[in-house]
Design a protein around this ligand. Structure first.
Ligand code: ZN
Ligand code: FE
Length: 259
């Protein structure tokens, strides 16, 4: 396949996690990305009639792997996750490291190591389908909290995604945190008209109880302050014109942690 037609279902799991199922009609296979909870996956699989064949895992946190064992034993799906968590995540059949390419359900994925939130974090990119799942690394208008890495590491991971993923890439992620992210983003990038318009749209969507994901790389590059540490207006606003990109990112992350 040079381009692949896929059907994607995104649904909520636990309190604010997303479940994602990617169906490939050409092969009849279906891929889950993370399993916060088996029940909502079971429900969507029953509703669509899709057969789960593969599970891709982004990182070891419980809210991403909790339902893995249950869903695997019910469906017989194969699970692929980060090599770094080979011992830590129960039920992985195969592990990958940075740059590894695998084919699941007939669809090619590239594993992009994006450490920072956790050290094992993998972002999954399917170039033929024009989509990526960035786990708890890149969120809509935000990024994951830094638990295991440091700010320089997280900045390098976000910048890597910005470099590798084409702007038209559809981006899924682990959590619906967009409303809080939007309210914060406008405080560090107050003169960004595109951000202001997006923040308004997000207030409306969340007010109606609708999901704000997926997003696109283009939208994130234009409005997500965590990808925009090079932006002169943000630097001026923070009084960090002479700082390195990683230092500007670190300051934005620090402010968000106490917002
Ligand atoms: Zn996490
Ligand atoms: Fe999470």
């Amino acid at each position: 396949m040079t381009t692949a037609r896929v059907e994607v279902r995104q649904f909520s799991c636990l309190s604010d996690n997303f479940g994602v199922l990617i169906h490939v009609p050409e092969t009849g296979g279906t891929i889950a990305v993370d399993v916060p909870d088996a029940a909502p996956y079971r429900a969507v699989l029953a509703e669509t009639g899709w057969r789960l064949t593969d599970i891709l895992v982004t990182h070891h946190h419980w809210d991403h792997v909790q339902g893995l064992g249950e869903l695997k034993s019910e469906t017989g799906a194969r699970a692929v996750g980060p090599e770094m968590s080979r011992e830590r995540i129960e039920g992985l059949d195969e592990t990958v490291g940075d740059g590894d390419e695998i084919t699941v359900a007939g669809l090619g994925f590239r594993a992009i190591a994006t450490p920072g939130h956790t050290l094992d974090q993998i972002s999954w990119w399917a170039p033929q389908a024009g989509l990526a799942h960035t786990g708890d690394t890149l969120f809509a208008l935000g990024c994951g909290r830094i638990f295991e890495g440091d700010a320089a590491m997280m900045w390098a991971s976000l910048d890597k995604l910005a470099t590798l993923l084409p702007p038209e890439t559809t981006v899924y992620c682990g959590h619906e945190y967009t409303l809080a992210n939007a309210r914060f983003a406008v405080t560090v990038d107050p003169d960004n008209a595109e951000l202001a318009a997006r923040a308004e749209e997000i207030e409306r969507l969340r007010g109606d109880g609708q999901a704000t994901l997926p997003t696109t790389m283009a939208a994130e590059l234009a409005t997500n302050p965590f990808l925009r540490a090079r932006d002169p207006a943000i630097r001026r606003h923070l009084g960090l014109e002479g700082a390195s990109d990683a230092e500007v990112f670190a300051e934005i992350r620090r402010r968000k942690d106490s917002f």
